[in-house]
Ligand binder design. Structure first.
Ligand SMILES: Nc1ncnc2c1ncn2[C@@H]1O[C@H](COP(=O)(O)OP(=O)(O)O)[C@@H](O)[C@H]1O
Ligand SMILES: [Mg+2]
Length: 153
């Protein structure tokens, strides 16, 4: 996948981008392993805003917060979808990437019915697969401006 860049001018626009991506994801054919998204960007860059809209667009109605204190949260998709589970990770407090194996990262990655979406993913880069789709969030010049880039490296 080539690199794609977007400029978001509001939280609502970021949510729209996330919903568009979620619709694409629901159309993808099953792969050999989980679909992994790595989100990178400083505090307030919009990672959780994006994930909240993304997860809701997949059909999950629960309240979505940064699981900073939980680190690892599993959400179950409604029946009949291409995917069964979404794992929402916030690895901000992670000491060592290898700790994620204790939560069952290996098993989660091996299942093509899983979506794994990681906030602060640069801190867990070592344990994320080659095919990870990277989403980078940066503050723009204006207050509500955010620059988003999506690519596979
Ligand atoms: N274009 C934008 N996209 C996303 N969030 C924005 C945008 N403009 C302003 N914001 C605000 O920035 C904050 C982003 O917070 P959050 O999504 O929790 O970021 P992170 O998870 O990266 O720390 C929210 O308060 C949101 O309302
Ligand atoms: Mg967050």
């Amino acid at each position: 996948m080539e690199k794609v860049s977007y400029v978001s001018v509001s939280p609502a626009k970021t949510a729209t981008l996330a919903r568009t991506l979620a619709q694409e994801v629901l159309k993808t054919k099953p792969g050999k392993q989980a679909l992994v998204f790595g989100l990178v960007g400083e505090l307030g860059a919009g990672k959780t805003t994006f994930i909240r809209a993304f997860i809701h667009a997949l059909g999950i109605k629960r309240k979505i917060m940064s699981p900073t204190f939980l680190l690892w949260r599993r959400l179950v998709l409604p029946k009949g979808k291409r995917f069964k589970n979404v794992f929402h990770l916030d690895v901000y407090r992670l000491q060592k990437p290898g700790e994620l194996y204790k939560f069952g990262l290996k098993e989660a990655l091996a299942n093509p019915e899983n979506i794994i979406i990681v906030e602060w993913a640069d801190r867990a880069r070592r344990v994320l697969p080659q095919g990870t789709i990277w989403l980078r969030f940066k503050h723009g010049q204006k207050e509500n401006e955010r620059n988003l880039t999506l690519n596979r490296r």
